[in-house]
Structure formats: C-alpha cells, structure tokens
Write a protein that binds this ligand. Structure first.
Ligand SMILES: [Zn+2]
Length: 463
C-alpha cells in the first residue's frame, strides 16, 4: 500500500500550486502491530518537507512583493540570487534571498550601484522565535542535554545540541530581564481615595523570601553561591515567583519591582515581607520599594528553634531516675514557649527562657555526666533561641491572630518555590555545577515557565 502526501498552496489571488511532499509504502497486509500507522521517522520527514515547502513559498512571495520600487512601482532589476539558512523546529531550511538593484529613481547618484535584499531584512535571526522559545522552555525545565535529546527524538528540529539550548535559554532570559526592567521603570505612584487606600493596604502584597545554595563550577572562588528565591502573593492575583543571584544581577531591585507590579503594587504602597532572620532579605525589599515594609519573622524558622529546645528538654526528662531538682517547673516553662511565641508574647517567652537557663546551670549534679551534657545543651539551645528572638524583636507578631485572619505567617510556600525553582533543576540528584550568571539566567526563564508567564512573553520574544 502507498500513501502520497501532496501540499496544495493557494495564494490570495486564487492561484493553486500543488507539491508532492512524501510517499510512504507498506506491505498491503500488515504482519504486526508495529507496522500500523504513521511512524516517528516518517512524520519527521513529512514535517521537514512541509516546513521547507511552506517557508520557501512564503519567503519567495515576500521577495516578489518587495521587488517593486517603493517610490515609482517599477520592478527593480535582479542583482544576484543568494541563499540564507533558517533553523526551525522542523529542520533547517535554505531559502533564496535574491538581491535587487535599487531603482534609479531612489539613487542619490545615478552611477552608484546600491543593492537591497528584502529577505535578509525579514530574517533578522538565524532561528525562528518559536524554536528559540521551545529550546528555552525545555532548557529551563530540564538539563540542556536532556532538552536537546527530547527535541531530537520527537522533531526534525535543526541541529539541537546542549550548547544551542543553553545559548537560547540565556538569550531568552536576557529578554525577560529586559522586559522586567522596563516594567519596573514604568511603575507609577497612584493617589487613591482614603477608603480605597485603606482597602489596598489591607490587601497588600506579601513577599516571601528564602535563600538557596547552588554548587559553583570548579575554579569559581567559592564552593557554593546563594540564590534568592521568592514569591509574591496577593489576594485576587496569580502568584508570581522570582529568583536572582545577587552577585551577577545588574538591577536586583528591578526584578523585584516587576514581580510586585504584576500584583498590582504601585510606588509608595506598603508591602509585607516574610523571611527567616537574615536581615539582608527584608533590606532588599525595603530598598527596592522605597516605601513602607512590614517585616514578619517566618513562623517556621522560629518554631524550629523552639523545637530544638523542646527536644533537649524531652531528653532530660527521659533520664531515669530524674537527675535534676525542680525539673517540673522548667518543663512547664519549656512547654509554654510555643504558645507564648504564637500569641506574640515574646518578652514573656524570653523571661521563661532565662529561668530555664539559670535553673539548668544550677540544678545539675556534678556527678551525673549524662545529665550534665544534656543540661549544657539545653542552656545553649535556650540562649540561641533567646538571641534569635531579641535580634528579630521588631519582626515578631501575634502569629495566632494573623493566622486566624487567613494571612500567611510562614515562608513554607517560599521554600516550595526554592524547591521548584532551584533544587529540582539545579541540585537534587544532579551533580550539576553552575556559574552564577548561568544559574541566574536559567532561573529567570524557569520562574516565567512555572508561573505560566512564559506564553505572555511570546510577542516580546518574537520581536
Ligand atoms: Zn523607482
């Protein structure tokens, strides 16, 4: 049995041109399941032929249309025929790019010969925007090598190597960043009516920030470098992720401002920041917005430190026989910690911690080495928690109240972002090493892909 695929092209003038693309042959009666239907290799041939036919037809029509002089309408004489290669998702196509002599009516001096190539003006890049976009999206989702392999397996794509995937991912990242910078520059301050301003303030954007470490390429001055990952959330808006490697970001503020602007933030409006105790993170938001910032210490990080104290106390209580005097009182203090901090009573929590520390220092019998070690650890943990509370005093809130109001109190969602953005692509199970610049660029594309923003850049990317 034989199948022939013909392509019928009809111009707007009604002219029809038929081209035979491919012919597939198979035995009349199939022997196995594997012989049924179109095969991958056949489909690749078909797609490549179809692409070449469509593309050459379009380019030829374009050249013909641009041959007439724009001033007098006379057909300009042909100078020579050259060719250009264009890489596409469906193969590399060689197209004719004729050069025309510029019409005499538009020449400054009649003898000087000037040529024009309309096709070269049309083909502004060596590959189609679609090929670039697909390579960048796959490159952001998986390793460059795997992305190249996937493309090559499924499509008659132009030579796709991991280098080309990387180059195009980087190129797209630069464009996303440029678009972000532009968006950030266009943010305007707005003056709301007082009641509207109050409503906007109640529903202010929440920026959740967290850091992640990425293994650096050998030869880089440090073993690991940090990427700042975050998420901006606001009721009624789609969540927006962002990530940056600070050391190589030209304008970190612009990226953050663009993410905020996407959430309806305007110059001078307040923002809530939730992060761990690293003061650099809220400082970044503060300097990016230049407006009021409410900083909240992440409940998860605080709760982990309380958990450490509870664990050591638990170990002490488990010793048989109970080695310490007045263990019960200290135990009650430790058990109250979580409740006190949850309700914003951090001053009382610090007093309780102080009592536990002085008790643990006094109460240990010197002839009990196991108990003494545990008590020392308890002192260390309590002191650590107390310092953490004191150094973040301004950022401690009544977590319970905020939680009951349905507002976020933890960066756990930002940690999810770290996993999605950084770990899944760059760390876990992958012996990958990155240059800060390379990581930063992949993160730009990856954040856009995960947000579903990537499609929105289509028009921009085609430019
Ligand atoms: Zn002319």
């Amino acid at each position: 049995m034989q199948w022939t695929v013909r392509l019928e092209a009809r111009t707007s003038a009604g002219e029809v041109k038929t081209t035979e693309l491919v012919t597939f042959s198979r035995p009349g009666v199939v022997g196995t399941l594997a012989e049924i239907g179109l095969m991958l290799a056949e489909s690749k041939t078909l797609l490549a032929k179809l692409q070449a036919s469509m593309l050459c037809g379009q380019v030829a029509a374009y050249a013909a249309c641009h041959r007439a002089c724009t001033a007098c309408g006379v057909l300009q004489p042909l100078k020579d025929r050259r060719t250009r290669r264009l890489q596409t998702l469906f193969g590399t196509v060689e197209v004719e790019a004729p050069r025309f002599k510029v019409c005499g009516c538009r020449r400054a001096t009649p003898l000087a010969e000037v040529t024009v190539s309309p096709v070269c003006a049309l083909l502004t890049a060596r590959c189609t925007p679609e090929l670039e976009r697909v390579q960048a999206e796959l490159g952001a989702r998986t390793s460059f090598r795997d992305a190249a392999r996937i493309l090559e397996t499924l499509l008659p794509v132009s030579l796709a190597t991991h280098e080309s995937v990387r180059t195009r991912t980087h190129a797209v990242a630069l464009r996303i960043e440029a678009a972000d910078r532009q968006a950030a520059a266009e943010i305007m301050a707005v003056r709301d009516e007082p009641d509207k301003a109050a409503a906007a303030d109640a529903n202010r954007p929440v920026v959740m920030l967290d850091g992640a470490y990425i293994r650096a390429v050998p030869g880089h001055q440090v073993r690991n470098f940090e990427a700042i990952c975050g998420k901006v959330e606001r009721e009624g808006h789609a969540t927006r992720r962002f990530a940056l490697v600070r050391s190589v970001t030209e304008q970190p503020h612009a990226l953050l401002r663009a993410a905020l602007q996407d959430q309806g933030w305007r110059e001078g409006k307040s923002v809530t920041v939730i992060s761990d105790g690293d003061p650099a993170l809220p400082a970044l938001v503060r300097s990016a917005t230049g407006g009021p910032v409410e900083y909240i210490l992440d409940w998860f990080h605080l709760s982990m430190r309380v958990h450490h104290v509870e664990q050591v106390m638990h170990g002490l209580c488990a010793l048989e026989p109970p080695p310490l005097a007045s263990l019960d009182l200290a135990q009650i203090d430790v058990e109250r910690l979580r409740h006190l901090l949850w309700n914003g009573d951090h001053a009382i929590a610090c007093e309780a911690l102080g009592r536990v520390v002085s008790w643990a220092k006094d109460a240990v019998a010197p002839n009990e080495p196991a108990a003494e070690a545990k008590a020392r650890r308890l002192v260390a943990r309590c002191t650590e928690l107390c310092r953490y509370i004191e150094s973040n005093e301004g950022a401690l809130i009544d977590y319970g109240q905020r939680y009951r109001a349905g507002k976020p109190i933890s960066t756990s969602r930002a940690e999810g972002t770290v996993n999605q953005l950084v770990n899944a692509r760059m760390n876990k199970c992958r012996q990958m090493r990155w240059s800060p610049r390379g990581a930063h660029r992949v993160l730009q594309v990856r954040a856009a892909v995960l947000d579903g923003r990537f499609g929105q850049h289509a028009i921009l990317l085609a430019a």
